[in-house]
Design a protein around this ligand. Structure first.
Ligand SMILES: [Zn+2]
Length: 238
C-alpha cells in the first residue's frame, strides 16, 4: 500500500464506532487485504457515499485511501453488492451472525493480506440467511476459522489416553475431546462426534438446531480460551 493509493475491494463491516461529531471508525474484513481499520469521515451523515448506513451483514464494494498526512486509512465509499434481508428479520439468524462477525474479527490480525476470513464470512452470511438450521452454518464457520488459524481441536480420539471415541466431553486443557474415563471437571459439554460430522457436512435439518447451538456454545468457550477474551455476543444466543 503506497501513499495516495486508492484501494478497492469487497468488504463486510465487522465493527463500527462513532467518533467525533459525524465520523465513524470502521473495521472491515476485506477480500483483498484481510482486516482493515479505517475512518469514515461524515459516516454518520452521508448516505450518498455510505450505503445503508455502514451496516453489518451486507457485502459492500469499498473504496479506501491512505491519508498522505496521517498515514491512516480513510473509507471514502461503500456501495451495496448484496444485502441479506432474511438475517435482519429473524432473532436467531441475527444473533448467530453477530457471533460469527465477532469471531472473524477477533481472530483476524489487522492488515494480514488474506482472503480466507472474507470468503468464510461471506459464505456464512449466504448460508445463515436461508438455512433451515442456521446454527449449523455458525458451527461450520467456527471450525473453518479454527482450522485456518491452527487451532483445530482434536476430535476423533481422547486427548489424554488416545482411545478412538465418538462421544465424550470437550476440554480446553487438551484442545479437544476426552473419553468418559478421562473426562475431568474442567471439561465442557457432552460432545457427539457423529452428530457434529452430520451437521458440518451440510445437514440442514431443523431438528438439529438445538444440538448445533449446544455445540456452538462449546466451541465458543474453546475460542474464548484461545483468544484469552470472551466472545461477548454469544450472550445473545438462545
Ligand atoms: Zn481417555
Amino acid at each position: 500500500m503506497s501513499a495516495n493509493s486508492t484501494l478497492k475491494t469487497e468488504a463486510i463491516v465487522v465493527r463500527r464506532v462513532n467518533y467525533r461529531e459525524s465520523d465513524v471508525i470502521v473495521t472491515l474484513i476485506t477480500e483483498k487485504y484481510g482486516r482493515l481499520d479505517a475512518t469514515a469521515r461524515g459516516g454518520r451523515k452521508s448516505s450518498r457515499r455510505f450505503d445503508a448506513g455502514i451496516s453489518p451483514y451486507i457485502i459492500y464494494e469499498a473504496s479506501l485511501a491512505k491519508s498522505p498526512k496521517t498515514g491512516y486509512l480513510q473509507l471514502s465509499e461503500l456501495s451495496t453488492k448484496r444485502i441479506f434481508e432474511n438475517i435482519l428479520h429473524d432473532y436467531s439468524r441475527i444473533s448467530l451472525s453477530a457471533v460469527a462477525t465477532e469471531i472473524i474479527r477477533d481472530f483476524a490480525p489487522p492488515s494480514r493480506e488474506e482472503s480466507h476470513s472474507y470468503h468464510v464470512l461471506a459464505a456464512f452470511l449466504e448460508s445463515v440467511s436461508n438455512a433451515k438450521n442456521p446454527a449449523g452454518a455458525l458451527l461450520r464457520l467456527i471450525m473453518e476459522i479454527l482450522d485456518f488459524e491452527g487451532y483445530f481441536p482434536v476430535m476423533e480420539k481422547c486427548g489424554r489416553c488416545g482411545t478412538e471415541i465418538i462421544s465424550g466431553t470437550f476440554s480446553p486443557s487438551v484442545s479437544g475431546m476426552l473419553c468418559h474415563r478421562c473426562s475431568d471437571s474442567a471439561a465442557f459439554d457432552y460432545w457427539d462426534h457423529n452428530m457434529f460430522l452430520q451437521i458440518t457436512a451440510g445437514g440442514d435439518e431443523t431438528e438439529q438446531f438445538n444440538m448445533s447451538l449446544k455445540m456452538v456454545r462449546t466451541l465458543v468457550s474453546y475460542c474464548n480460551n484461545v483468544l484469552s477474551k470472551p466472545i461477548k455476543s454469544a450472550d445473545l444466543l438462545r
